[in-house]
Design a protein around this ligand. Structure first.
Ligand code: CA
Ligand code: CA
Ligand code: CA
Ligand code: CA
Length: 169
């Protein structure tokens, strides 16, 4: 059986380790203010050091993207963008198209509109190259998912077919 001295020594060692770990953990966090303006910014989402959120620029809301160094305003229109999410350099949100809400994707280069219909599409989430959201189907809300079309693979397949045809002829 373990004696009290040993038990006390082990307990003390564990407490010291816990204290050191806690102190080290707390000391590693630095708070950086990403926005400094006169309007409301909200709904931030993060992936690595990339951050996306929407802010009211005084007229309406827009989407902002912070790449770990600087902030870029992704949208600039006269209505509303909300509920953004980010994965890597891809960002998604939903915005008003003049009639109802649609889902938009920033692929690191340009804005791509993923939906184009007459009902509301909202609350997109992105992980890798899979995007999900909910949309109204005329009766109630349904869940939708978007994945990129394998354009590179299709081109390869077409190329392969052409090669086969050439060999056969
Ligand atoms: Ca602000
Ligand atoms: Ca806007
Ligand atoms: Ca829509
Ligand atoms: Ca629409």
């Amino acid at each position: 059986m373990m004696n009290w001295k040993k038990l006390t020594a082990i307990a003390t060692a564990l407490l010291i380790i816990a204290a050191v770990t806690t102190t080290a953990h707390a000391a590693t966090w630095t708070v950086t203010q990403l926005t400094s303006n006169d309007y409301n910014d909200g709904n931030p989402h993060v992936s690595g050091s990339n951050v996306v959120w929407y802010g009211d620029n005084g007229n309406d809301s827009e989407i902002f993207f912070y790449d770990g160094t600087s902030t870029t305003q992704l949208t600039n229109n006269s209505c509303c963008e909300y509920t953004s999410d980010v994965s890597g350099s891809n960002a998604v949100w939903y915005g008003w198209d003049g009639n109802d809400y649609e889902i938009f994707l920033w692929d690191g280069t340009e804005i791509i509109q993923l939906t184009d219909n007459d009902y509301d599409d909202k609350d997109p989430q992105i992980d890798g190259d899979v995007i999900v959201w909910y949309g109204y189907d005329g009766g109630d809300n349904e869940i939708f998912m978007a994945t990129p079309e394998p354009a590179a693979l299709s081109l390869l397949a077409v190329g392969g077919l052409a090669l086969l045809r050439r060999r056969r002829s």
